[in-house]
Design a protein around this ligand. Structure first.
Ligand SMILES: Nc1nc2c(c(=O)[nH]1)N[C@H]1C(S)=C(S)[C@@H](COP(=O)(O)OP(=O)(O)OC[C@H]3O[C@@H](n4cnc5c(=O)[nH]c(N)nc54)[C@H](O)[C@@H]3O)O[C@H]1N2
Ligand SMILES: Nc1nc2c(c(=O)[nH]1)N[C@H]1C(S)=C(S)[C@@H](COP(=O)(O)OP(=O)(O)OC[C@H]3O[C@@H](n4cnc5c(=O)[nH]c(N)nc54)[C@H](O)[C@@H]3O)O[C@H]1N2
Ligand code: SF4
Ligand SMILES: [Mo]
Length: 906
């Protein structure tokens, strides 16, 4: 670790916060970074713990055998060479990630598109940002985000569409809240079918039907035109396609009454939103996955952009559509050109771009047409058309829709290379070659955040074992491949700085074109300048991005310099039928994606304990699905197709909970549960490969499922033991999940699978089965069985110390694992245990603030003593909400409840 303070960027979301690694090895927010000015959210605050990751991948492996790097590189290059020779370039695929650094991305893109000769390189940004990219290109001619964070401080109206920003981009949300505090006239509108924590804090929440965004925004356009609040001079000067848009929108289809019926929404609320948008001098519309991950994702984004274009609320301070990026370098990947339908540096596959890039790269085999997008890429793998697949920094066996199909594809593929920081991922299980990647803090490079700001990630730790940066392994394979083909190597990079300079130079092909993306002034950065890089957004001349360099006026990067209004198709997405639920999926506040980096951090694992399906409480009761039982979730599209194989496969089991923020036909499940934590209970098992026709982005949020009670014979809860699918495990229960827990405050990462296991099976779980499992793990253990009504509890002891406990019951287990945890790794205390068991569940309080680990109970205790306590006083005692602020609405909720109680009793 460093002696000096080192500045870097947080590796999680696209807010792109700056962090500082200080001499005490603490990771704190960087006060000088423009994105966060020192603040960090709960995930950023837990970065130190994330470094303490169990099960790092340390050495290259081929078919499970450890080998040296040179052999691994030779094997991969040889296979790549032979695949191209025998089957052609199109038989090669690469699937990369918005979590790669720009330099990694650049080398991967160059290798595939310049040297392998195929554009079959796609990225998880397809699942994340591609609808926004497609919409930007349609409207502006180039993938441009036309705003910056600073605009938030100068706006009158903030509209958040399809984003739970308080949880997913917390520091950006904090900035929004600060802007509202500074100016009480600033309004916040949230458009989301769920009443999220973000929606709860809005001045207006439009709880629309799923995919109601296109009608809602077309209705807004119609309203703006009807009421003559459009900016005609702006339209004349800067916008194409107004007449066509105007004539497509009719009173009979787009009046407030029609939209209100269609979206099942109070017309007064719709009118309020329309009026606010019309009357606000400036407005920003932030959008994320509720927009992008839909069959109409690109159209939704264009409808949003349309509203800004017709009112001139773009290209001026405090206004504009704002696609928020998900991953830390989703934007950097887009700039490099890592999507299959881009060539490089914002260029596509037109003749001029192909020729310019070919010449710059001295490419022996330039790709000349777009490659396969993620869903099609994995289809081609399953069909045997792609024989060689390299997956880097993403876990598609979990994160792609119809994930069982992705697993089948990986299983049949001739040669799968996976580069990851751990081998414990669902995708790594299918790898022929596993490459150990250096993780965050062990490598360096550039990332670009949502507002086009480039920040350096810096190295402050040595990679463990033989782990290497991704750009290095890609370059080594590139060099060896060039030798095999007898062509000049394009991969003689000595350092990340070398790669960056070449990439910056390539972007110079945009200098004299209408494209705005150009970093070529950085092509001569010295190593020192690269090392000392300070966060800076492009355009590097500091001008607003839509402003023309010469004329200083607004110029869009289209052929005629004007932006395009895009007519959106209004597809009917409401197909209600009996017993069919709309499945919504997304993020929890405290987890990151497929949990490889956050699942082992116990305080982050405490907010959602197991794979959970949420329903509206009334709807659940009507469907006779009791809370706490297990439910079976089946993809409805596949049931309709009566495809029995996929039907069987597209089934998952989860615990039922209720959330009054959901509408009656809506189900929600988080996307995180994967592999060793969620077992087979992964939401993407039940989602079909529906996609947006323009962007190819999977429609994760527009899916239909059936939900039925899952027949359970026995439920189980185990604390302190390991029920993972070890080599000899016989455990094949229908449902099984792991919550990582640090017992008795001692961190025990190596033992993290000995956390809390929750499981259930359709068949009886017997005492002898449990005894066999325990004996295998602890041959010298003794056990004690306490029989109760409907249930029994096994206490496992080694030398009188309690190692673990397992409870099995024919009913859902109410006893909370947390009540048993204090007994683990302690001398056996029968009296204490019996009193916990007789307390019927030992109800454990919900964790409200994860930063300071404050529970509901802690808050209620304070309020009991002082019911009129204000937020400040409560925070002085408990600190809840003082760090990232994500839990503030919940905390405030308790405060307002306590005041309510007082007023009733008075
Ligand atoms: N804690 C945490 N933060 C993260 C991540 C994480 O894994 N964990 N991942 C990062 C990444 S890569 C991404 S892409 C972002 C995602 O950030 P967000 O997009 O904010 O997150 P999601 O939870 O996927 O979905 C957002 C909302 O879309 C709503 N929605 C669903 N369907 C519709 C619809 O038809 N219309 C509208 N208007 N809304 C709809 C959902 O109800 C949900 O509340 O988060 C980033 N930040
Ligand atoms: N149902 C549903 N599914 C979704 C979504 C949803 O909302 N609903 N959201 C989608 C979205 S927006 C996204 S972005 C995806 C995210 O899905 P994924 O990209 O699959 O998720 P991660 O878990 O972030 O995968 C990153 C992998 O890279 C590894 N890794 C970490 N650092 C490094 C490194 O430096 N080098 C290398 N080589 N590997 C590294 C991690 O261990 C992990 O295995 O999920 C998508 N899937
Ligand atoms: S908001 Fe949180 S996760 Fe996102 S970059 Fe900032 S600290 Fe990291
Ligand atoms: Mo994402």
């Amino acid at each position: 670790m460093a002696k000096e303070c080192i500045k870097s960027a947080c590796p999680y979301c696209g807010v792109g916060c700056g962090v500082e690694i200080n001499h005490k090895k603490q990771i704190v927010g960087d006060q000088t970074h423009p994105a966060n000015k020192g603040a960090l959210c709960v995930k950023g605050s837990a970065l130190v713990e994330s470094l303490d990751m169990p099960s790092r991948l340390l050495y290259p492996r081929i078919k499970g055998e450890q080998i040296g790097w040179s052999n691994a590189i030779e094997d991969i290059a040889d296979k790549l060479h032979r695949t191209i020779e025998k089957y052609g370039s199109q038989a090669v695929g690469m699937y990369v990630s918005g979590q790669l650094l720009t330099e990694d991305y650049y080398v991967a893109n160059k290798l595939m598109k310049g040297f392998v000769g195929s554009a079959n390189i796609d990225t998880n940004s397809r699942l994340c940002m591609s609808s926004a990219v497609a919409a930007h290109v349609r409207a502006f001619g180039e993938d441009i985000v036309p705003v910056s964070y600073e605009d938030i401080d100068h706006t009158d109206l903030i509209v958040i569409v399809g984003a739970n920003t308080a949880w997913t981009h917390p520091i950006l949300f904090r900035r929004i809240q600060q802007a509202r505090e500074a100016n009480s006239n600033v309004k916040l509108v949230v458009i989301d079918p769920r009443k999220t924590i973000t929606a709860e804090q809005a001045d207006l929440h439009l709880q629309i039907e799923n995919d109601g965004d296109v009608p809602l925004f077309n209705g807004l356009l119609h309203y703006l035109i009807q009421n003559e609040v459009i900016q005609e001079s702006f339209i004349d000067q800067y916008v194409n396609g107004f007449d066509a848009l105007k004539s497509a929108l009719s009173e009979s289809n787009h009046s407030i009454d029609v939209i209100s019926q269609q979206l099942k929404l109070d017309p007064v609320l719709i009118k309020t939103f329309y009026q606010w948008f019309a009357q606000s001098p400036t407005a920003m519309t932030l959008f994320c996955q509720g927009v992008n991950q839909s069959e109409s994702g690109t159209d939704k984004a264009n409808c949003i952009i349309n509203a800004h274009l017709v009112t001139g609320k773009i290209g001026v301070q405090g206004s504009g559509p704002f696609s928020i990026t998900g991953q830390p370098n989703a934007m950097g990947g887009r700039e490099v050109g890592g999507l299959a339908n881009q060539l490089a540096v914002h260029r596509g596959f037109d003749d001029e771009s192909i020729q310019q890039v070919e010449q710059f790269w001295q490419a022996p085999n330039i790709a000349t047409s777009p490659g396969l997008k993620a869903i099609d890429l994995f289809n081609a793998v399953e069909q045997g058309e792609i024989k060689f697949l390299w997956i880097i920094a993403t876990n598609p066996a979990v994160s792609m829709p119809n994930s069982e199909q992705v697993r089948r594809a990986l299983a049949v593929c001739d040669y799968v290379v996976v580069s990851d920081i751990t081998s414990h991922t669902d995708t790594a299980k299918f790898a022929d070659v596993l490459l150990p990647a250096a993780g965050w803090g062990e490598k360096q490079g550039m990332v670009t955040n949502s507002e086009r700001c480039l920040t350096r990630q810096r190295q402050f730790a040595t990679p463990p074992g033989e782990a290497k940066p991704d750009w290095w392994m890609l370059s080594e394979v590139g060099k060896t491949l060039c030798q095999k083909f007898g062509v000049t190597s394009g991969f003689e990079f000595e350092s990340a700085a070398d790669v960056f300079r070449e990439y910056a130079a390539l972007s110079g092909i945009n200098r004299d074109s209408h494209f705005k993306f150009d970093l070529s002034s950085l092509s001569q950065l010295s190593d020192e300048e690269y090392a000392n890089w300070q966060p800076q957004a492009w355009p590097l001349n500091g001008q607003p991005v839509l402003q023309d360099k010469q004329s200083q006026t607004l110029v869009f990067p289209t052929k005629n310099g004007k932006a395009n209004l895009v007519l959106a198709d209004e597809i009917n997405t409401t197909h209600h039928s009996e017993n069919v639920w709309w499945m919504n999926s997304g993020r929890q506040r405290d987890q990151w994606h497929t949990m490889t980096r956050t699942g082992h951090i116990s305080h982050l694992a405490a907010s959602e304990l197991e794979p959970t399906l949420y329903l509206n409480p009334i709807a659940a009761e009507q469907a006779q699905l009791p809370v706490g039982t297990l439910v079976s979730i089946n993809n409805w599209t596949n049931i309709q197709n009566l495809n029995s194989r996929t039907n069987q496969e597209n089934h998952l089991v989860a615990r039922l909970a209720v959330d009054a923020g959901l509408t009656q036909d809506q189900a929600f499940m988080s996307m995180h549960w994967a592999g060793q934590f969620g077992g087979k209970s992964q939401v993407n098992t039940s989602l079909a490969s529906l996609a947006d026709p323009h962007s190819g982005q999977p429609a994760f949020k527009s899916q239909r499922v059936s939900i039925t009670a899952f027949p359970v014979s026995h439920y189980g809860l185990s604390v302190g033991l390991d029920f993972s699918d070890g080599e000899h495990s016989e455990v094949n229960w229908s449902y099984k999940s792991l919550q990582h827990v640090d017992f008795n405050q001692t961190r025990s990462n190596a033992l993290y699978q000995q956390g809390v296991w929750r499981f259930a099976d359709t068949n009886a779980i017997t005492k002898s089965e449990i005894q066999r499992l325990v004996q295998r793990q602890y041959p010298n253990s003794q056990y004690l069985i306490l029989d109760q009504q409907n249930s029994w509890l096994v206490v496992v002891l080694v030398s009188k110390t309690v190692i673990g406990m397992v409870m099995i019951s024919s009913q859902p287990i109410e006893l909370q694992a947390e009540a048993l945890q204090p007994f683990i790794r302690e001398k056996f205390n029968l009296g204490g245990l019996l009193s916990v068991l007789s307390a019927k569940g030992g109800q454990v309080s919900k964790l409200v603030c994860s930063c300071f680990r404050v529970t509901e109970q802690d808050i209620l205790e304070q309020l009991e003593q002082a019911p009129n306590m204000g937020l400040r006083e409560l925070q002085n005692i408990l600190s809840c909400g003082k760090n990232c602020g994500s839990c503030l609405p919940e905390v405030k909720g308790y405060l307002s409840q306590s005041i309510d109680v007082v007023s009733i009793t008075q």
